[in-house]
Ligand binder design. Sequence first.
Ligand SMILES: [Zn+2]
Length: 251
Amino acid sequence: MSNQTEDLIERMTVNGQKRALVVMAHPDDNEFVCGGTVALLSSKGWSVHIVVTTSGNKGTKNPSVTAQQLAFEREQEQRKAADILGAEEPTFMGFADGYIENSNELRGLLVRQLRLHRPDLVITWDGFRSGFNHRDHRRTGRATYDAIYPAADDHLFYPEHKFEKLLPHRPSALLLAGTDNPDYLVDVTSVMKIKIRSILAHESQMQGRTEEMLMARYRERVIKERDNGDVQNSKDSEIRYQESFRAIEFV
Ligand SMILES: [Zn+2]
């Protein structure tokens, strides 16, 4: 496996406009799958805009909470998480959690975000991952590819955007998160604490967990994946934390 993602990001940092768009399905997806990468991009002077296709208005064990209350709470938490990572104010498309379709409407909204923010780099879910995955992740990922190509760079798709003076746009690269076939790794060791704090900003989903507990869980996972390592006696200085993606460059 190569470690070219950082090269890709470095190259784009030097040559590009340093704009990234992250398209995720639910509040907290960004923090878990690419929070470290977003924190690194922010630290290199990138502006990162996070789009969340649903409001995350499902998935609670609290019988008295309504979907509207949950959506409000989770959007607030996503704003706080984005702030911790140094990203801009997120955009919420507000589709119902669990009901995302790769529709003309969703693609049009994504094309508009691409034309508005004009990112060099887009990060989204791998919509073709095999095995178990949330349908909103698959459909958000596929709608994002379809928005990038062929639509966003062709003025004949969603021509109404011309009235907002939004011009066609094509990003330079796409990073797919949650993939079966990662070929690009980002070393996020230096921003691991920031990533964990951003995850913990999702209080309604992280009840009772602490920074120490999450760090210990990540540490254990990395050591176990590395030659079934010794969790007790491994040195923290030897542990590297990574986020993995499949990278597609548009040339
Ligand atoms: Zn999700």
